[in-house]
Design a binder for this molecule. Structure first.
Ligand code: GLU
Ligand code: MG
Length: 431
């Protein structure tokens, strides 16, 4: 087996899939400089592998231009060669941006946000997933944690060596469920890490011949696998945190409250991007600690935006820890598009001075939340909200939006005849 690892140049697409091309080690330097070929119509691939209707057709060429800063090494094992995985922008052959590239969508949103506000966004994507293992292990138990070894230790070591800064690795509540969190980092890198993390987990499971799934729900009666996006704002010049203001409701500063207002105001459309699979909405129902409605609350796991706890233990500084958690997304979504729409919604809230929203306190009774707006009941409804909310729709080039809608509708059609249990199984096969 060759000891010189290949370079896999990858994008993550509208179906949430990481796809790309490998070049042998000898060609890696050239590929880092000049990219590798790619095809516009690939953006219309569904998670099931068909090509949805699209404007690109059989013509046109792109380059996948790697960002060397995102490169991650997966070392060789006894059974599998090593590989270097690097994330790329989709660009035109002359290197100029392609109007449908999801990573460029995020980067542009972040640049606009910084230019308009003077703030930088720091983020972390928290992931839950299901890893088959010994039967009937208890939620949160030492037994489940140990039962996952040596997978868990190897995962944490791989992530550490790759610079992804794992923070916690834990047995979760649902059957066979685990969670991994990474340290917060500059937002584009956080979204890159989300793409990479999923592939590291899958690659390790492959090596161990264990089945892993990030699907939002594996069993309609079970617990969901969520992705929770933690966001905080910092002054781009001084690095000072700007979300925290102990004098304001929920300790959320005025810019933080306006950011939240933007996300809440456009939430029903955002979900067409952040919860984009036919089973995402089975997870997004009340009493699952996913998201029970469109509201902002202090430390409430049913909120769409949760104000996370802070701790003063060991000299902890609340301002440094303070962050907003967006909960209605899952790993069927593209992390760059998820980040991009959240940033654009927050930016809109700040620049248009949206009224600070209600911060529901921790002791709010469930009945008091009866009047909060509901989430879309399914993907088709969310897609219609996305088309209808012209503010959100206009953040996308029409080709990108149309392709997204076509991909999602093709995925819906693929599972239309299946009952919820079969739908979950079908989505779990591809996520
Ligand atoms: N599994 C829940 C979800 O679907 C999250 C539980 C938790 O708060 O960690 O989002
Ligand atoms: Mg969790």
């Amino acid at each position: 087996m060759s000891t010189d690892p290949a370079l896999f140049v990858a994008t993550n697409d509208l179906a949430g899939q990481t796809r790309g091309r490998a070049v042998p080690h000898a060609g890696a330097d050239a590929a880092l400089r000049r990219g590798v070929g790619w095809v516009p119509a690939n953006l219309a691939l569904t998670a099931f592998g068909q090509i949805a209707p699209n404007v690109f057709g059989s013509v046109g060429d792109l380059r996948l231009l790697p960002d060397a800063a995102s490169a991650l090494d997966l070392p060789a094992s006894a059974t599998h060669p090593g590989v270097r995985l690097v994330l790329a922008d989709q660009v035109l052959p002359d290197g100029s941006p392609w109007h449908c590239c999801p990573r460029t969508f995020a980067r542009t949103a972040l640049a606009d946000f910084r230019a308009a506000t003077g703030y930088e966004i720091v983020a972390s994507f928290e992931h839950e997933f299901t890893l088959d293992g010994p039967p009937d292990t208890a939620p949160f138990s030492f037994g489940r944690y140990r039962g996952a070894e040596p997978f868990g230790d190897e995962l944490v070591a791989l992530l550490t060596d790759a610079g992804l800064e794992p923070e916690t690795w834990l047995p979760e509540y649902g059957a066979d469920q685990f969670e991994i969190t990474l340290r917060p980092v500059t937002a584009l890198a956080a979204a890159d890490r989300a793409v990479l993390l999923r592939e590291v987990v899958r690659d390790l499971a492959r090596r161990h011949q264990r089945r892993v799934s990030f699907a939002p729900l594996l069993d309609p009666d079970g617990s969901g696998n969520g992705v929770h996006v933690h966001l905080s704002l910092r002054d781009a010049t001084t690095g000072d945190p700007v979300l925290y203001d102990p004098a304001r409701p929920g300790r959320l500063s005025t810019p933080g409250a306006r950011f939240a207002a933007g996300v809440l105001a456009h939430a029903r459309a955002l979900l067409g991007v952040t919860a984009p699979s036919p089973v995402s909405y089975l997870r997004l129902t009340p009493h699952r600690w996913s998201t029970g409605g469109v509201f902002l609350a202090e430390r409430n796991r049913e909120a769409l935006l949760r104000i996370c706890p802070t701790s003063t233990l060991g000299g902890g500084d609340p301002a440094e820890q303070f962050n907003l958690e967006f909960r209605p997304t899952d790993a069927t979504a593209n992390p760059w598009l998820t980040l991009g729409v959240l940033v654009r919604a927050g930016l809109r809230g700040i620049t248009e001075e949206y009224a600070p929203p209600v911060v529901w306190p921790e002791d709010t009774a469930e009945e008091d939340l009866a009047g909060v707006p509901s989430l879309p009941s399914g993907l088709e409804e969310a897609l219609q909200e996305l088309e209808k909310d012209r503010v959100v729709a206009d953040w996308f080039h029409p080709d990108l939006l149309d392709t997204h809608l076509a991909v999602k509708r093709a995925e819906l059609a693929e599972v239309a005849e299946l009952d919820p249990r079969e739908r979950c199984a079908r989505i779990a096969d591809v996520h």
